[in-house]
Design a protein. Structure first.
Length: 399
């Protein structure tokens, strides 16, 4: 078992207080957006096995079969296949979508052939992997996820009573569903900002008014207006009304597969994903937006956001079931007098304490206490027991 020293990423949308509060550290006054736990080359966790701190990525590279197990190496290669994070959003993240594996491999190859450096801001594909992800709320957490039915989006836009939106309303009501969504989403993203500036301003003003009337879609209008406050003039404010608005309660989760447009708007949560950095942005961002590639990747089909709740597992934990083979998230809610938990999974694991105090017991008799905000890496094949009082999240490869 290795206690992890982790990197905090200071993205501008991050909360100044949520991650420091979790870690028990003093706020710096600067945004602290994401705490990364894992072996991603962008910010690998550090471990100390007696010779000073080393990046977990280097430890795994030196002995991938010993660290990850034969099965994980055979399935995903000699690297930790998942990345575990704490995400603390004080303002909206970019409206975005992730590619599937075929799209990622093709996009990466094309940009390599074109000679675009991997660290170039104009680069879209930074690796060859897809990036399914799971977000589990630790506090109330707002997000946008997946297309609404076109008829419902038409009603939301029509209620704004803005002349510039009427062509979008007509399109949503007149075409087959996938064509309607594609045409409107494309029109919004490809419009010249100057040409739609008045429409966006009028739409946001109307959304702010409707948000105060406490109707059935008040939360969606409120989210539209809030995003526009942070990104004035961004047509993504209109695109947001094409998507489901979701508020997760603590313990609830969202799974985002390939092609699903989404944006996180605010809250604290744990996020588990395939070990990839492939993101195509649609809006709410000053970063590079590749509209033609984005439109090739987006799945233009209505879908239920599919809020996940944990299900009981055989080892006494609760598990969030997804189709992603690279990762699985479990939650242990521990009581002080309970029988010690013995997780049945023996692949590589990262465990994070989010409440109370827990203790990990190794098979050799070692004990490692974890307070709130502390995390640990467990190599494949190492049996552990868990005791204590609190909440522990566990990231593993899917069984």
């Amino acid at each position: 078992m290795d206690r992890l020293a982790n990197t905090v990423r200071p993205y501008a949308w991050g909360s100044t207080t949520a991650i420091p509060e979790l870690l028990g550290t003093e706020p710096t006054g600067q945004p602290q957006a994401e705490l990364w736990m894992g072996a991603h080359p962008g910010a690998p966790s550090l471990v100390d096995r007696g010779a000073g701190r080393q990046p977990l990525s280097e430890v795994i590279a030196a002995d991938p079969h010993g660290e990850l197990g034969d099965a994980a190496v055979a399935a995903f290669g000699p690297r930790l296949p998942f990345l575990f994070k704490v995400l603390a959003a004080a303002s909206p993240l970019s409206l975005q979508v992730h590619p599937d594996s075929v799209q990622a491999a093709a996009g990466y190859a094309a940009e390599e052939a074109a000679g675009v450096p991997v660290d170039d801001p104009r680069r879209t594909y930074r690796d060859t992997s897809h990036k399914p992800e799971l977000l589990c709320a630790l506090t109330d957490f707002e997000g946008l996820c997946g297309f609404r039915q076109p008829e419902e989006s038409a009603d939301l836009l029509a209620a704004l009573d803005v002349d510039g939106l009427k062509p979008y309303v007509d399109l949503l009501r007149a075409h087959p569903r996938d064509a309607a969504l594609r045409e409107v989403f494309t029109a919004v993203l490809t419009a010249e900002r100057d040409a739609v500036a008045d429409t966006v301003t009028e739409a946001v003003t109307a959304a702010s008014r409707l948000a105060e009337q406490d109707g059935p879609h008040a939360a969606a209008y409120r989210a539209c207006a809030a995003a526009a406050h942070h990104y004035p003039g961004d047509p993504g404010s209109i695109a947001a009304l094409l998507l489901h608005h979701v508020t997760l309660q603590p313990g609830e989760a969202l799974y985002l597969g390939a092609g699903v447009p989404h944006a996180y708007l605010g809250g604290l949560g744990v996020e588990l994903m395939a070990n990839s950095d492939n993101v195509l942005r649609c809006g709410f961002t000053p970063k590079h937006v590749d509209v033609p590639e984005l439109l090739r990747v987006v799945a233009f089909e209505p879908r239920d956001p599919g809020v996940l709740r944990p299900e009981p597992d055989a080892d006494g934990s609760e598990v969030y079931l997804t189709p992603a083979p690279e990762f699985q998230l479990s939650r242990h809610v521990l009581a002080p007098a309970a029988v010690p938990v013995e997780p049945g999974h023996h692949g590589p694991q990262i465990l994070l304490c989010t409440a109370g105090h827990t203790v990990l017991h190794g098979g050799d008799g070692t004990e490692l206490p974890l307070a709130r905000g502390e995390s640990v890496y467990v190599r494949a094949g190492e049996a552990i027991r868990i005791t204590g009082e609190g909440t522990l999240f566990r990231a593993t490869v899917a069984a």
